[in-house]
Write a new protein. Structure first.
Length: 454
């Protein structure tokens, strides 16, 4: 009996528990319907995490040469604004690709970099750039304190771009070749002294100097050292090819080096698209005319192994001794796409890039444009652990020197002028036309282009 009694009591307890649960208002969290007339609180919603703003940033520098490090550092610290770096090749087809993207509505850049004055002017005029004055104020970015308003060319009284780098044109030298002939690294020199050294450095298997045929002739740099501001444009707002003696002298100097076999035959360099870093670092030339960007190649042991020489750095030779004009300047012009839906976020990233982020571009050869940048630290970052390949003393001396950078306050038909310059010079270098005919053709083509632009 006791056993039966215990079973009955257990069954009764189970039934009571079930009935109680069924008659409850659902506060136990069961899925049953609430009793009539009772209320049940709505289930708590999981807070939604705001989607980050996504920016597309286009530039011409390979990601591994600094941009990816910059973007990764930003993305790690700013979860609300995520940036994707897209590389375009900074040549004619690459710039066409960028222009097409700027005109599109799908995957268009939010901000991008323009490298030449001609493309900069064209894109601003074509409405591909957002005015930055008000955006900079909202981002608490003082343009004058960081960059200097005198270093920026305004359009219709507005700022449409901000330069990210301070670049130097220079002559890079194989120091072992220089030591072999008992010459020191030039600290101040003229174009005539440069030509004499190029011929002296020439030996079997090694040219004295290399000029990139894809660039304007070296006469451009020589003329720049004679007239640093608006070198192509005279007071009459026409071209200066006949009025500026450095153009003729520069063309004659380059041809004399070609004829003396102190540099490559022009056709060979042009057809093979030879690059200055390859020719210098493979020991095929003793000097190369290039810029600070080339330093990233000097540090690349995989691409250029088995080197037993350092690279030294000399300033651009001058038309007249005593001046120090540099045909580099403030570059890597950063612009915001007016079609971007995230202009303020783009400006926030841009402001950080110009004050902090672009320090990670230094190892790749791009020095910051900020007036507040520590150039001693910049030089150390530029060299990193590559002392065995870089002559530190000559590099630091070049970076710390007081220079006058070239400027363009006028840019009508600049792309057409550059094209004419390269084409007419090529005819001269390849003996297809004499120097005076070359200059006359240049003058006519440039003047016609300027008039048409107006």
């Amino acid at each position: 009996m006791n056993k039966k009694f215990k079973v009955l009591m257990s069954t009764s307890l189970v039934l009571t528990t079930v009935l109680t649960a069924c008659s409850s208002g659902g506060n136990s969290g069961s899925s049953g319907n609430p009793a009539p007339g009772s209320s049940s609180p709505a289930p708590a919603e999981t807070p939604k995490t705001a989607e980050p703003v996504k920016l597309r940033f286009w530039g011409g520098v390979p990601p591994e040469s600094g941009p990816q490090t910059v973007v990764d550092k930003w993305n790690q610290a700013n979860k609300d604004i995520q940036v994707e770096y897209v590389r375009f090749v900074n040549d004619e087809s690459g710039n066409t690709k960028l222009d097409t993207a700027l005109l599109s509505t799908n995957d268009a850049p939010d901000l991008y970099i323009t490298y030449s004055d001609a493309n900069l002017n064209r894109r601003i005029t074509a409405g591909m750039a957002e005015p930055l004055d008000e955006l900079a104020k909202k981002a608490n970015f003082n343009i004058d304190e960081i960059i200097g308003l005198n270093n920026i060319r305004k359009t219709d009284g507005k700022v449409y771009y901000l330069p990210a780098t301070s670049s130097y044109q220079m002559i890079l030298l194989n120091k072992a070749s220089l030591d072999a002939i008992g010459e020191k690294v030039p600290a101040s020199w003229t174009w005539d002294e440069f030509a004499a050294l190029a011929k002296k450095l020439t030996k079997p298997g090694q040219y004295g100097v290399y000029f990139n045929p894809a660039w304007e002739p070296i006469a451009y740099d020589m003329a720049m050292t004679q007239k640093p501001t608006d070198v192509y444009y005279g007071d009459d707002n026409l071209s200066t090819f006949l009025s500026l003696p450095a153009f003729k002298k520069g063309l004659e100097l380059q041809k004399s080096l070609i004829d003396a076999k102190a540099t490559y035959p022009f056709s060979e360099a042009s057809m093979n698209k030879l690059q200055p870093q390859d020719e210098l670092l493979n020991g095929k030339v003793a000097m190369a005319h290039s810029g600070t960007y080339l330093i990233r190649y000097i540090k690349d042991e995989q691409a250029y192994p088995n080197r037993n020489f350092k690279v030294a750095f000399a300033p651009i030779p001058q038309y007249e001794k005593g001046s120090n004009v540099n045909s580099g300047g403030l570059g890597d012009h950063m612009l915001i796409n007016p079609k971007s839906k995230n202009k303020e976020a783009a400006m926030k990233f841009l402001a950080w890039y110009l004050t902090e982020g672009n320090m990670d571009m230094i190892p790749g050869g791009r020095l910051p444009s900020s007036k507040k940048a520590d150039m001693d630290k910049a030089a150390a970052l530029l060299i990193e652990k590559a002392d065995k390949y870089i002559d530190r003393e000559s590099l630091v001396q070049l970076l710390q020197a007081s220079v006058t950078f070239k400027q363009f306050t006028k840019t009508p038909a600049q792309a057409e002028i550059q094209k004419a310059f390269k084409e007419e010079a090529e005819k001269y270098f390849m003996n297809a036309q004499p120097i005076d005919a070359t200059l006359a053709a240049l003058k006519k083509r440039a003047d016609d282009a300027i008039k048409a632009a107006k």
